[in-house]
Design a protein around this ligand. Structure first.
Ligand SMILES: NC(=O)c1ccc[n+]([C@@H]2O[C@H](COP(=O)([O-])OP(=O)(O)OC[C@H]3O[C@@H](n4cnc5c(N)ncnc54)[C@H](O)[C@@H]3O)[C@@H](O)[C@H]2O)c1
Length: 312
């Protein structure tokens, strides 16, 4: 845990993920300097903190945590000034990330870690215009809600130094994050590749009229999703093989991996498919706003995280 009053993190781009990171760092006793080009960012962050802070309090804040220790800055230069980590959370558009990371690279001393929250771009593609110290630019990919889910994937590019990776890992771990360090880059990293595989299958089933949005959600929340909070897909299947474990699973089900269970090619995102998925979600939400659902989700996540801590 970090209790040094001088520790400051910069958050650049203050949407869902930027605000999530800000909440996380504030809850860990850091100061945050934020920047966003859209008007009203400060107000949106305060509203975000109103929703997130109660769940964070329930899980336990670090000593010195203070939600007022955030400064909304007028320029990126002001935001990165004195920061030990710059967390970039701008929209997922490659050209935008390339320009923004180049600007941040110019502004920051070489020892400052610049981390992109990108969901899948490679560092080697994003840093093509970084001319100052590209070896300290890494991916720091979080999961929503950032202030509750521990995982961050820290990914290097071919130019990233191992010293910068060490420093990035250390900073995130000191804020209580669970770090997955990937020294070899891969599009989508590890967790999003798994999520995307499932998402593609789900879209096929909606497109083919095989399952509704609500059935797809129930298929996970009442089934494998409950196990996944405790064990990932590998250990889960190890247990599914009985006494024979994973060896039995692979020998038993291996041949059927060739069967057409898995489609894995993205379906065409037609207007009909888009509308069916959107309408399905609104039906399932049954009048609950996104804020209502965030509150509901956070209440549940806090209980799951507390149960896991007790289990330890
Ligand atoms: N939403 C998720 O679940 C999720 C999870 C992990 C990672 N990410 C990644 O986080 C990043 C941000 O995604 P998001 O969901 O918060 O998006 P968002 O649309 O909620 O927020 C993006 C913010 O960036 C601001 N912005 C626009 N142009 C900018 C610029 N030039 N420089 C800086 N900021 C700019 C916008 O005003 C907005 O506030 C993306 O790279 C995304 O892939 C998202």
């Amino acid at each position: 845990m970090n209790n040094q009053p001088s520790s400051t993190v910069a958050c650049i781009g203050m949407g869902v993920i930027g605000c999530g990171w800000a909440a996380h760092f504030l809850g860990q006793g850091y100061g945050v300097q934020a920047w966003d080009p859209a008007p009203g960012g400060e107000q949106r962050l305060q509203e975000f903190l109103d929703l997130a802070w109660p769940a964070m309090e329930q899980l336990g804040l670090a000593a010195g945590a203070d939600r007022s220790r955030v400064t909304f800055c007028a320029t990126t230069e002001e935001a990165v000034s004195g920061a030990l980590l710059v967390q970039e959370n701008a929209p997922e558009r490659l050209e935008l990330k390339q320009g923004l990371l180049a600007e941040l690279d110019q502004l920051c001393d070489p020892e400052v870690i610049i981390a992109s929250s990108t969901s899948g771009y490679l560092i080697s593609d994003m840093t093509t215009q970084c001319g100052h110290a590209p070896e300290r630019v890494v991916v720091g990919h979080p999961f929503n809600p950032v202030y509750l889910l521990p995982l961050v994937e820290v990914v290097a590019g071919p130019q990233t130094s191992s010293a910068a990776m060490d420093r990035a890992v250390k900073i995130y771990e000191s804020t209580g994050k669970t770090v997955m360090r990937l020294d070899k880059e891969v599009e989508g990293f590890v967790s999003d590749r798994l999520q995307e595989a499932m998402w593609r299958e789900a879209l096929h089933m909606v497109a083919n009229g095989e399952a509704t949005v609500e059935q797809l959600d129930l298929a996970i929340t009442a089934g494998p999703g409950l196990r996944w909070a405790l064990m990932g897909p590998m250990l889960t299947f190890h247990l599914a093989g009985g006494e024979g474990g994973m060896a039995h699973m692979l020998d038993h089900f291996g041949p059927s991996l060739q069967s057409p269970w898995t489609r894995l090619v993205a379906p065409e995102l037609t207007t009909e498919l888009r509308d069916a998925v959107v309408e399905g979600c609104l039906d399932e939400a049954a009048g609950r706003t996104v804020a209502d659902l965030v509150e509901e989700r956070d209440r549940g996540l806090v209980k799951i995280l507390q149960a896991l801590r007790e289990g330890d």
